[in-house]
Design a protein around this ligand. Sequence first.
Ligand code: URA
Length: 429
Amino acid sequence: MSFIETIAAKRDGRVNTKEQLKALAKGAADGTIPDYQLSAWLMAAFIKGLNPQETADLTLAMAHSGERLDLSGLPKPWLDKHSTGGVGDKTTLVVLPILAACGVTMVKMSGRGLGITGGTIDKLESIPGFRTDLTPEEMVAQAKRIGIALSGQTPRLAPADKALYALRDVTGTVASIPLITASILSKKIAGGADTVVLDVKCGSGAFMKTLPEAQALARSLVDTGKLCGLKISAVITDMDEPLGLAVGNALEVEEAVSVLSQPEAMLPRPTRRFRSLCIELAGHALEVVGRGDRVTAEESLESAAFAKFREWVSAQGGRLGEGAGQVTHTTVTHMGDSGWVERIDAAAIGQLVVDMGGGRKEKDDTIDPSVGLLLLVNVGDEVEADMPLARIVHRPGQDVSLAEAAVRAAVIVSPRRSQPSTTILDTVH
Ligand code: URA
């Protein structure tokens, strides 16, 4: 069977068979199909789409293109939580320990930041010593010991995704719902998951900018997951304004630690909004695995989750509380008339942190984990002239005049009273 037939079928809008998609994943993983042919197929699939069965067949073919983690020796339930990525999204750092402390085994592969959206691996690497390169054997052993293990993508699991993703990135074929679906779910299945809870982000700081787009992605992920034999559901959550107070790797870890270690009343308002989303997501996950609900999640957060977080960080070699170098703060105040915060442009805030060195512009850029932004207001807040809007956290001597202007442009204040934004927009089962 020639791969040219697979490409031509998709080009003409015909269905690719399971065998064709298996051969594609195998050829992508072992390098026997050349990049130009894979790229041609990716563009044909981007334009003509894949039907639900093809998406499931591609997902399974990619999942089985390498090894698969064997979790069979670990206590059930097992759960994988995945976010499609956003600005200030550090929910994994709080939700994983909440769930692990409730007896749910959490094994997870995470990614690095992509564009303006941060990545859990970058956030955890801001903790001195934290290892994000666990081998599959180390992941399973650690999860058995403490109920939680998280690593970066290893080349041994779903290698077809690694090859196809790298090509999509440079051929304008990332934003395809079936290709995103197969990419995300193949890694979950290769990671051994049987139950998955997805946090599909929606808004200016996410891949999916509108609710109908986010619903379409969530529907595709849930339907494909079920065809692949997963227990799966998705929560669609707001990413029109950044999540929480902090945007920037080390700052986000600090904010997650504050949620884990401090009573709600001591937290600033943007952090309370983040905390409430963590409880909702963890509560949803506990309902899915029959271990409780949002009340159980909040009890876990207030009692056992911080100890579990510290156990997790120390198991992966991390040393909490060791700073990553000297930083200073510049406060940005509101300069216009008083009013209400109508919008905070998450995409602009994400971009400004990337521009300060907190994210990557090129694949191999080194990031500065210490820099970022603390947003002191939420949508719906009343502000007056000279009130602080944000604190820019930067290196001493770093020029932040552009960042100050970017914050002022991103926080839109209007004379009309506005309402706080909703965090949970929809749930897809
Ligand atoms: N995350 C993934 O893992 N794959 C995609 O295609 C998009 C986001």
